[in-house]
Design a protein around this ligand. Structure first.
Ligand SMILES: C[S@@+](CC[C@H](N)C(=O)[O-])C[C@H]1O[C@@H](n2cnc3c(N)ncnc32)[C@H](O)[C@@H]1O
Length: 280
């Protein structure tokens, strides 16, 4: 495992992913009942934007760097931006929160977070970050295996975020599909969000096709292309597939995607789009 998220934290893909994550959690916390947030690939929970890794790639500058100081950010991104600005109260972007941290901020006192991470140092950092938060349960273990072992959650409500590093490239999709099928068998009503990279749209099409055939009755995908997918070997865009999407999520995402495209475009041919793969 060579992947280190610190090189990429706060890049356009993180902005896209985390804006959608907060929309999902806001929809789920609109009801009083407690929920479980399950992060299969949690990372370390918080990243420095001024450390050697972030400085080496500078990726965050074309991501959160574009939004952080925006004087009049699009309404659909304000919730996300407020969460990031809250981590940087002096007004300079130095820290970028990971999905576990954002989820914890969006959760309530009686919600629970299950956070899985395989790398020792990342898991240790995550444990330290949440040492005073009794809602958070950090597991240094394979997130896919943990899904199978720990679902359904006692709360019977909530969501799973699957955000792998895709070191196996397209082969990761088969692993995700198998994990989703097993997870659904154990917890049919959970909301499942899967982030994926897009180098070429053609490579993603088989995943969409298979997910349009089942096992979930309702599946929506949001995608952001920051440049056309004919730019070879680059991360040209990314997507989030949501199975069992909360009510009205499509409307929230439909407002967010043009704003993300406008703020994060790296080409005049950037685009954001939303597609229902299954269900109304
Ligand atoms: C893209 S990063 C996660 C970023 C995080 N979800 C966020 O949004 O802040 C992927 C993480 O998954 C970890 N990882 C890789 N394979 C894993 C597995 N099978 N189970 C759990 N964690 C894994 C990596 O060490 C890495 O920290």
């Amino acid at each position: 495992m060579n992947y280190r998220h610190a090189f990429h934290a706060g890049n356009f893909a993180d902005v896209f992913k985390h804006a959608i994550l907060l929309a999902l959690l806001d929809a789920l916390t609109a009801k009083d009942k407690p929920l479980c947030y399950f992060d299969t690939h949690a990372g370390r929970g918080s990243y420095r934007l001024d450390d050697a890794e972030a400085l080496k790639t500078g990726e965050w500058r074309a991501g959160i760097g574009r939004l952080f100081d925006a004087p009049d950010p699009p309404k659909s991104l304000r919730r996300y931006l407020d969460a990031i600005r809250a981590c940087n109260p002096d007004g300079t972007p130095r820290v970028y929160p990971g999905s576990p941290w954002l989820a914890a901020q969006a959760s309530r006192a009686n919600d629970r977070l299950v956070l899985c991470e395989t790398q020792d140092d990342e898991a240790a950092a995550l444990r330290t970050l949440f040492r005073d938060d009794p809602r958070a349960h950090v597991h240094r273990r394979d997130g896919y295996a943990a899904l199978n072992a720990l679902l359904p959650p006692a709360e019977r409500r909530g969501m799973v975020l699957i955000d792998p590093p895709f070191e196996a490239q397209e082969a990761e999709f088969a692993v995700i599909e198998a994990a989703l099928a097993q997870a659904r068998a154990r917890w049919p009503n959970g909301v499942y969000a899967v982030w994926y990279p897009i180098k070429s749209r053609r490579a993603v099409a088989p995943f969409h096709r298979r997910m349009s055939e089942g096992p979930f009755d309702a599946v929506v995908v949001a995608e952001l292309m920051v440049q056309p997918d004919d730019s070879p070997l680059r991360l040209n865009g990314c997507g989030m597939l949501v199975a069992n999407p909360p009510w009205k999520l499509d409307g929230v995402l439909a407002a967010m995607l043009p704003a993300l495209r406008d703020m994060l475009a790296q080409s005049a041919r950037a685009e954001g789009h939303l597609r229902r793969l299954r269900g109304e």
